[in-house]
Each structure stands twice: as C-alpha cells, then as structure tokens.
Design a protein around this ligand. Sequence first.
Ligand code: GAR
Length: 203
Amino acid sequence: QGRFVVLASGRGSNFQAIIDRVHDGYINAECSGLITDNPDAYAIKRAHNAGIPAEVVPYRNFPDKIQYENALMEVLARYNPDLVVLAGYMRLLGERIVDAYTGKMMNIHPSLLPAFQGLHAQRQALTYGTKVAGCTVHFVTHDMDAGPVIIQRTVPVLDDDDEETLADRILVEEHQAYAEAIKLFFEKRLRIEGRRVRILPDS
Ligand code: GAR
C-alpha cells in the first residue's frame, strides 16, 4: 500500500478532509505522518485525534533556512513517503527538497492558477474583481504555485462576498479536489506530460 505524509502550517482542514477520505476508503493509501513548521498548528491536534504521528520541525528554532530544511529533509526521509502533500504549508520549499520529490509532491492553492499566486489569493481575486474563483491542486516545482496542474475547481464570486465568505466557498472545493488528486495519484492515473497532467481512465 502507498504512503504519504502531509505538511501543514495551521488549521489543517485540508489535512482533515484527506484523512477522512482515507478512513472511508476513497483514498487507497496510508497517511503515515503530519509534519508542521508551527508548534501551535491546530493540525497537530487533528493528527493526534486520528492516531497519526505529528512531527514539529519548528522553523523559528533554526538559525537559517538551510538548517531548517536539512532537518525537514531528515524527517521526510525517515517516513520515505511515496507522496508529499502540502496542505496549507505556508513556506516556500528549497531546491533540495523539491528535487528530492519531483513528481511526488503536491500543493493546493486557493485560486485558479496561474492567477493570484502567493499569499491571500482569495483577497487578490476580490480586489481584481473576477466573477469566478476556485482552487488548484498541482505538482510542486521550483517556481512557487506554478507546477503542472492536476485538478482545478471553480466557484462563483458573489456580489456581497468578502474574503471570508469567498474563502469558505473555495475551501469546500479544496477538500474534494485534494482528496481526488491523491486518490488518482495512488491509482497511478496521473501522468505528467511536460506542463500538462493527463488523467488516465479508471481501468
Ligand atoms: C487553504 O485555503 C489552502 O489552499 C491555502 O491555505 C489554506 C489552508 O487551510 N494555501 C495557500 O494559500 C498556499 N499558498 P487549511 O489549513 O484549513 O487546510
């Protein structure tokens, strides 16, 4: 059976949605650990409740980013995952880690990429005034929020939306999209062809 680890920095609602879909059998793989850079992340509590080991690699305790990433690499290597899932992990990963998991690391971003990369994507959509918004699950490459797209889901932007109402509407789609992407990965149905990801039919 395949194994994955999740990296999350905060609330961890995507992490929760993913492990729920492991438990109900939709995703045929094991979540072997949660890793966080933030000792106060609520995701840690969710891991404990689910009986999943949680590891804190506290970014602030390291003298620099290189040493932080070396420690993170070691923890990751110990799990030896088939897939690394970034779920609200709010740091840019360095080259070494990204290289070590090429085609084996996914991220979710709350916009329809390539629009609104970086922080506060939902606010960026409201500021721009788009009429649709959404989320993107993609493979991670060296460029932030720019790897091959696996799944996108859209939602309408409503006239009275604020950042929170729009983010909540997108989040519902995030939870479904992420579970689906991970399911497809472990069914070996994702084939990266340059910038494009082909989704192979269910066999
Ligand atoms: C999610 O909306 C995710 O898409 C976003 O952070 C939130 C984490 O929520 N990620 C980014 O903005 C990455 N740049 P969660 O902790 O409840 O899953």
